[in-house]
Design a protein around this ligand. Structure first.
Ligand code: GLU
Length: 476
């Protein structure tokens, strides 16, 4: 049997982080078993489905590196097939027309509310002859669900879950306007797409039971199901925007690498011993449904940041420069004065400085910020810490410009020698000179090694930046 999984998002919003994880699990499971992952866009809710959301889902999956097999299936385009299946259930006596009016349904809802139980359609049209149908009322088609016994889902994550059939009412398959319900459409599509494994959030667990009843009425095999616990915030409450329930594209804009996010997501609810870092191949080789936990995973931004830092340090310098460039158009252009692209000169400087830069940053946004000294326009804007370091150490830099001007062969070791001599001459420690110097040259309190910075900037730029900052220096 070829494993076929599917990711079936409703395009009513962006691809959120929980959806990204569901897609990843489906993708991994398919890859693990040499199978396929299909993509179905569940766009039957015409009011709420948008083109922009479809595009965001496709872009999000692509950015995460999760490809799907074959063409995207659009659920709405299959409405005629859904209707045909509903009608076949009518013909086989496993479904019936229901003419209950809105008012009758409201009364049922009201008495359920009064008695403090969930609303259940009472089956009033189940055994009635259609000749009793009221004039001019368009019926819905309901499933003639079993009223006794149990419906069981042997879930790969939740274990055996049992519902009493008396608690599950006759659900609507086809609305009075002839459009299918979600419950019917999902079953028909999963069947027609030969899906073998349904992996999705456990908010669909009861749907799993209802869908099982539809499969059984149709005499179709029920795919295996795996309902994964939802993602919660660090405080245990349901994930909200405040916790990181953002679209996948927001993580991209925040400067995360897709490989880091993938690694983070795979560990949200799934574990493999105490291993935390997985290459893509390692995840594929190790992934199984049995190791998905039954309790909600907690979203932890700090852990994601640390993982991202790890992946950045491991990354090839060129890869990081490309990732930065890809991110530029999304960042505030004015703040960086980069106009959304890297000039060849800046690209070269970034490449040279990258080994030092990537040691410190946790996100691409931080990386770009820490590279400020490479693209900053003179006179530099010093951040608060840098400004105070320079104010404090300005006097110790007195005379250093002239000494540096005398360096003819501008290399890291040569400028280092001059700065060391200067520190010694004024009886200061190296750090007491290097810190204000760094502040003046980079606008920040931290940076890669100062002498590397000076070498990358070059003689003219270094001296000009120092003159900018030191010209008003009070005499020591
Ligand atoms: N379209 C549903 C959703 O986005 C998922 C349906 C399913 O996976 O069966 O929640």
């Amino acid at each position: 049997m070829t494993v076929i999984t599917r990711f079936a998002p409703s395009p009513t919003g962006f691809l959120h982080i929980g959806g990204g994880r569901t897609a990843l699990f489906n993708w991994l499971y398919a890859k693990r078993h040499g199978g396929k992952m299909l993509l179905r866009i569940e766009d039957t809710d015409r009011e709420r489905s948008t083109e922009a959301a479809i595009q965001a889902i496709l872009d999000g999956l692509t950015w995460l590196g999760l490809d799907w097999d074959g063409d995207v299936v659009y659920q709405f385009s299959r409405a005629a097939r859904h209707k045909e299946v509903a009608e076949s259930l009518l013909a086989s006596g496993r479904a019936y027309y229901c003419y209950a009016s809105q008012q009758e349904l409201e009364e049922m809802r009201e008495s359920a509310r009064r008695e403090g139980r969930p609303m259940r359609y009472d089956g009033r049209w189940r055994d009635r002859d259609p000749s009793e149908a009221p004039e001019g009322v368009k019926p819905v088609i309901r499933l003639k669900a079993p009223t006794e016994g149990e419906t069981v889902v042997e879930d790969e994550v939740q274990g055996r879950v049992v519902w009493q059939n008396k608690d599950l009412d006759d659900l609507v398959l086809l609305r009075s306007d002839g459009t299918p319900t979600y419950m019917l459409a999902v079953v028909v599509d999963d069947h027609d797409m030969n899906v073998t494994h349904i992996i999705r959030g456990d908010d669909h667990l009861t749907n799993g039971a209802r869908q099982t009843q539809i499969y059984q009425a149709l005499g179709w095999d029920v795919p295996k199901m795996a309902h994964i616990p939802l993602i919660h915030g660090p405080d245990g409450a349901k994930l909200s925007k405040r916790h990181g329930a953002l679209g996948v594209e927001a993580y991209r804009s925040l400067g995360y690498l897709p490989e880091a996010l993938r690694n983070y997501l795979v560990r949200l609810g799934w574990s493999h011993g105490d291993q935390e870092i997985f290459s893509t191949q390692e995840m594929i080789d190790a992934f199984d449904l049995g190791s998905i936990g039954r309790s909600p995973a907690r979203f932890d931004f700090a852990k994601l940041e640390n993982l991202n830092g790890h992946y950045m340090r491991q990354s090839d310098d060129e890869h990081l420069v490309n990732a930065l460039e890809g991110l530029l158009p999304e960042l505030d252009k004015d703040e960086h004065h980069l106009g959304g692209t890297l000039t060849p000169g800046l690209r070269q400087k970034l490449l040279v400085a990258m080994p030092g830069l990537k040691e410190r940053a946790k996100t691409l946004v931080e990386l770009l910020d820490s590279a400020y000294y490479l693209y900053a326009k003179r006179p530099l804007h010093l951040d608060e810490k840098a400004a105070s370091l320079l104010a404090d150490g300005r006097a110790r830099l007195d005379g250093i410009i002239a000494k540096l001007e005398a360096v003819s062969d501008w290399t890291g070791p040569n400028v280092e020698a001059v700065v060391r001599e200067h520190a010694e001459a004024i009886g200061a420690k190296l750090g007491q000179v290097a810190q204000p110097l760094r502040a003046a040259l980079t606008g920040r309190a931290t940076s890669p090694g100062l002498f590397d910075v000076m070498a990358v900037l070059g003689r003219d730029e270094t001296l000009s930046r120092l003159r900018d900052q030191l010209k008003d220096a009070p005499a020591a």
